[in-house]
Design a protein around this ligand. Sequence first.
Ligand code: GLC
Length: 665
Amino acid sequence: MVKRYSFGDVFQTDSIPVIPEAQTGAMPYMDVCESEMSLTYQMDPEDIVYGLGENVRGINKRGWIYESKCSDESKHLEDRRSLYAAHNFIVVDGRETFGLFIDYPGILTFDVGYTELSTLRITASDWNLDVYVIEGESAVEIIRTFRKLIGRSYIAPLWAFGNGQSRWGYVNAQDVRDVVRNHRENGIPLDMVYLDIDYMERFKDFTVNKERFPDFAEFVQEMKDQHIRLVPIIDAAVKEEKGYSVYDEGIEKGYFCTGADGKPFVGAVWPGRSLFTDMLNKEARDWFGDQYKVLLDQGIEGFWNDMNEPSIFYAEDRLADALASIADMRDGDQNLDLDAFTKFKNLVLDLSANPEDYKKFYHNVNGKRIRHDQVHNLYGYNMTRAAGEAFERLAPDKRILMFSRASCIGMHRYGGIWQGDNKSYWGHLLMNLKMMASLNMCGFLYTGADLGGFGSDTTEDLVMRWYALGIFTPLMRNHSEMGTRRQEVYRFTDLEGFKNIIGLRYKLLPYLYSEYMKAVLDDDLMFRPLAFDHPGDKRARTIEDQLYLGKELMIAPVYEQNARGRYVYLPERMKMLRFTRDGGMEETVLEKGDHYVEVPLSDVVFFLREGRLIPLSGGGQCVDDVDFENLAVVSFGENAEYEYYHDDGLSKDYENPVNRRVIRA
Ligand code: GLC
């Protein structure tokens, strides 16, 4: 049951495709305080608060304050209040169980017991918002109702479930060829190589550097002949440069965001001075979407959209002011004491993503000028929507891979997301796991984190443990920052170990793809906290380092350095499956309760529920190699059955009944 309560003059976000009638009575559960622009709820000590999709901290969001404010937040530290997304959906589960979605494009605060331990307070920056109250028997039922309300999640092509290799710093065709050769020669499966900003001509969207990639279309084909798809990055900002067609055309047609003076707003990102396409203006959005054609025409079938919070390194006027102030400081050889030096440092640090700069530019929404900060969280969403809508026009019968960095709810219909610039920290491996469940609640199913960690130097054991989780996530990609230690798996010592782990992904693919597709088509969760299946089990309600994956499996990755195993809590009897480095599989039945499980570095261990089975393929070096029809099964118990979903992975005939069949042991 969904009830909408509407306040003020609500901006049409299109987060919800079909908006239900607004209610007139008082809102249940929440105390509404219009003068403070807040909604408040007194939490019971046992209540769990789920949701908020991409954000820091736990699956249970209690004990911190979160801001829905899409931010280029590369530190990912525990003290942050936001990451790249604004996912305004929560479920309170306990004494009372209900869901809340705040349809609002500006900045929102979720104080979940930060100011006062037992108070949940949601505060908006202005009082123009729709609040949806969602009721149901359980947290899962509420989430399914919410997912139905926001519309079907984006569906990725099957090949995008293969292993992907990325690095900021593969600068030319030869670098890419080397990556592919090293994988193939070492028998490490691979399906995608990502192209970071280095492939562009001086960071200009929709261009390819001709010196580095002399015949791009031919190169794309050369890779396809080896079953490799190239996936280029697209950035939000457009370089200011006369003669660059995207800039010229955008200026001529008035498609860029403008400043208070009506002139295009200039901020800087990778190319230096850049402009921001007005993604909220339908005409401009269509135009930006059409630009992807130039790469589609050269054989590209997938993209990642980046820097679309949007990230701004500096605004022109702020840079000028900062430089003038710094010059003043040196005037007369001023001594930089503590105060002066702090001021100097902050002049530089405050240049990037300065909240005041988001108040300096405007969108044109149906002829009305809207200041950016009031609709900030819609930018990345609408950039990805631009692409998604364009793909429907340009390649209607084909699935195109698309995932974005910034997002808000609504964008889940047009693309997946990756979890942004994490670091090579053990804690970020665990955060990757936790976010899978929260993201699924908010409709993001094609997702994963940079395996091995994006920033900082990694270590072989961290990469290996991270893969032992990454083989389960729909988006499986090793990506790292320029200047950090190289982390392609073939650079490490235990190649056999990596081969075994990544090889297992391809054996699991029939199950993983089937679970992903069923979760999308049935508005369900692919990854669930244990508590969802055992609501009465107090232990299960506190477990955040294990997740159910589909109806059959539980995963419990190792996320600590030098650990030789870990404690696992089984809320019911399960069969432990251990895949060893020699390609073998061991099966051990374990009773309900706590177990210490040894997990040598190159083993993968997970758990199969009683009365269930999973299909396994024979594996392969790429998705095209995998036989999705002749499957082995691993089962636990008599008469186990599995509802297997499979389709061609490329076209869009999702509902065809032949896609689903029952597999028996
Ligand atoms: C951003 C992205 C990262 C990318 C880098 C260079 O930091 O999040 O993935 O490698 O930009 O394009």
